[in-house]
Design a protein around this ligand. Sequence first.
Ligand SMILES: [Mn+2]
Length: 426
Amino acid sequence: MKITAQHIADLNKTQDNSYQEELNLLDTKLSRNSISLDEVIKKVADFQVAIPSWALGAGGTRFGRFSYGGEPASLEQKLDDIGLLHALTQSAGAVSLHIPWDIPQDYKTIKEVAQGHGIIFDAMNSNTFQDQPGATESYKFGSLSSHVDASREYAIQHNLDVIKIGEQLGSKSLTVWLADGANFPGQRNFQTALRHTENSLKSIYAGMPQDWKLFIEYKPYEPAFYSTVIQDWGTSFMLANACGERAYTLVDLGHHLPNTNIEQIVATLMMKGKLGGFHFNDSKYGDDDVTVGAIKPYALFLIFNELVYGMENNHNNPDLAWMIDASHNTKDPLEDLIQSLEAILIAYTQALLVDQKALRIAQQENDVVQCQEILQDAYRTDVRAILKAARLSAGGVIDPLAAYRKLLVREELIKERGTTSKATGL
Ligand SMILES: [Mn+2]
């Protein structure tokens, strides 16, 4: 199934356009704070989030996985699904590939399919957290941190292979997330594991083309339940500094212990020019299992407030690689991704509405109450009309979820692919 310009035009004719009145009110409100509505709309329209190639099938847990039907069975079909998302939202113009789940068989075709959908290849993701069929070395007791030389070298080589694949697709970055850790006290020597990891990352960094970036992701626990080698932003930051100036920390929202002040981590990393990538999701208890903005939308806004401040003030920090990294157990994955994109853009837009000048003055004057008022005034603004205007200006639809349902996308995909097709991934 392909969504055409005609589909979009027809949908927009029938969709509710009362948002325009809301837009006029917002224009008046924003101009009081000297914020240009047109500039905000342009920034929102330009914001692109990568969709990971593993997020297009039914999500699940280790206890079970319930298929949704019409799942993409090949990389081409995964790109087609992102193409559907991008056609509706105009904000999913990138894919993040996971290797070896999505090794292209025919690079020329894959590139053409992506190009046809207006999708670029964002960060490549390596996988050293499971043994593949036919693997000659095991990651059971670690990969880049392993005390077994052969396992470590095998994992380094895998990352170098991923870079080679990415080069052929036009990707410019590699994300490394390690499951390496220990399940029981005494199992591993912390210092040896960390030293091995640092040396392995340096070898990978040395094998990257000059215009590539390395993103080092961290996570406090799981799959290892006693210790994780790259457990927090400080460890990632230290390793990135050890590698070199094109190595950065990657923040995944779900990879923090409960109540961690993620916005402060973002601010610290951006001040040092070391925040490279960002993974969106939400969580009630831990990890990344819930749709972005489903649980803690105010926390997401506060994080975006620091991201926007950093993007405007920390010119030493590179443009960020944004990606959705969530599971969507029991939901239609495409509907879940539409909801995630909406939540991301709402938080981003609200952060753009913060009256930064007034906030600086209130901070300077120690007017604590006014500081909170300024942030919450932006957060409590309903910005959905701005998202609609941004999508429309970029060639998308006013209401993506309603359009998705009206076009019977899932039903069409089930007709095309059947009910038993299964996507590789989580
Ligand atoms: Mn992640």
